[in-house]
Design a protein around this ligand. Sequence first.
Ligand code: FE
Ligand code: FE
Ligand code: MG
Length: 167
Amino acid sequence: MGTRGREIVGIDVEKVIEMLNAAYASEWLAYYQYWLGAKLIKGPMKDAVAAELNLHATEELNHAVLVANRIIQLGGTPLLDPHEWFDKSPCAYDAPKDPYVSVLLDENIAGEQCAIDTYKKLMDVTKDKDMVTYNLALTILEQEVEHEEDLQSLKEDFDLLFSRGNK
Ligand code: FE
Ligand code: FE
Ligand code: MG
């Protein structure tokens, strides 16, 4: 932990660490949901969608790295036990029980929308108080917004396949 770096945080550092740990839990669950979904996926456009799911998996894992580093920098400890991921994550883990393309897309779109809310809230709390965490949350938020749009545009293509392709 950097002592001066911690002192300049103008809000309760423990609260920031708690919010970061909640986001950290969600990132691991998102990583696994994408990673496994990419392996199990079935149906039309599955190769294109699997490629995007795999890319997002690596990006979620990178978010976990960024968040863990900030937790440690603030003197906190990233959640030590994966059992805690379910308790602490604000976002649900959707087990890919039905691996059909459009079902996985809907589940992952919901996950991205929750991630967007999570980082927006972190930005609201840290604005003008903890600039380093604010900036980190913005960097991740930009990528979550991109993820949502990627998935919604794949879903749109998938839907068009049926509304216009099979006359
Ligand atoms: Fe993420
Ligand atoms: Fe994401
Ligand atoms: Mg993408």
